[in-house]
Design a protein. Structure first.
Length: 330
């Protein structure tokens, strides 16, 4: 069977699994997400700017659908920010920016782990604020920018970086605030305010990640699960691994690793978790966050590649592969 057919088949299977989980009340849309949806919808008409964070790897599938139901009120502006651009091809980012431009939508690409990239985004937001004030003849002392998006696209990490850089640039003193950051989707429960600029004062509202109660498109479900927006426990690690490999084979990206050494071996990967068993919870969360955001660079995904393509290395067994993925995604 061709790789494209396999990928489509696996996407349908994963979509079916997710739908069953939702119908049996094991889905993602719990009371906290329903409450957050109402709170965000009430505030949307009151903010000056809306920054929608999307995953640069899946810029369409990671759309924040609540904005379709409650669109920004003019003259508010919406900016689509594609985060995790370090995990994508720069050429593709430019193509997506052209696409959004054709849709009459302002867009920007950012890597929340890179200080210069975040500083560029902050300057971009500040420029948009000044432009809006000038066009609308407003001279407000305080501007509110709401940060929205689906779970696990890096909103809170980006909010913290914008807050830190904004405060330093303005030479402001005082204790920095921090939004909760977690590798698990749905950890942010409340709306928090962080100052990111002065003259005028710009306040960023970090919001919980929201998904619609149901997602009917099977392929979208699969992509969201693969990138961490949907809990992997709803689907299963083996199904996710198979789907990832099918996509990888379609793009022929695995050929880029053809000359990589596989001396890291099977055992070292599986033992790596044991080496850090005494680490604190914070350190473990930070490690998992990094691994989650950099899956294509981690040894776990290289292990998956060799498992699917024997000519690139000895590969891992199915059991070992699942153990590695579980370590990275749990």
């Amino acid at each position: 069977m061709a790789s494209g057919s396999i990928a489509s088949k696996l996407a349908r299977e994963i979509g079916s699994i997710v739908k069953k989980a939702v119908s049996s009340n094991r889905g993602w849309y719990g009371p906290h997400m329903a409450a957050a949806s109402c709170a965000i919808a009430q505030r949307l008409p009151l903010v000056d700017h809306i920054v929608e964070i999307r995953d640069a790897r899946i810029p369409l599938s990671s759309e924040y659908e609540l904005l379709r139901i409650v669109p920004p009120r003019p003259p508010s502006k919406r900016i689509v920010v594609m985060n995790k651009m370090d995990l994508t091809n720069p050429t593709q980012i430019k193509e997506w920016m052209r696409y959004f431009e054709q849709q009459k939508c302002i867009s920007y690409g950012v890597n929340s782990h890179n200080k210069d990239s975040v500083k560029g985004l902050l300057n971009f937001i500040q420029a948009q604020v000044r432009e809006l004030n000038k066009a609308d003849h407003r001279f407000s002392d305080a501007i509110t920018v709401m940060l929205v998006g689906i779970p696990n696209v890096g909103k809170s990490a980006l909010a913290n970086s914008l807050h830190q850089i904004g405060r330093i640039s303005a030479a402001e003193k005082g204790k920095l605030k921090h939004a909760l950051v977690s590798p698990q989707p749905g950890e942010t429960k409340d709306i928090s305010s962080l100052k990111i600029g002065s003259h005028p004062n710009i306040y960023l509202l970090d919001t919980p990640g929201i998904l619609p109660p149901t997602i009917h498109d099977a392929e979208r479900c699969s992509k969201l699960a693969l990138t961490g927006a949907i809990r992997d426990s709803l689907i299963g690690l083996k199904d996710l691994a198979q789907y990832f490999l099918a996509i990888l084979n379609l793009s022929d990206q695995y050929k880029n690793w053809a000359k990589l050494s596989t001396n890291w071996g099977k055992v070292s990967i599986l033992e790596h978790k044991g080496e850090h068993s005494s680490s604190s919870k914070l350190e473990m969360r930070q490690r998992r966050q990094y691994l989650m955001d950099h899956t294509q660079h981690s040894c776990s995904w290289r292990a998956l590649i060799t498992n699917k393509n024997p000519e690139l290395g000895s590969g891992l067994t199915c059991h070992e592969t699942c153990a590695v993925i579980k370590w990275c995604l749990d």
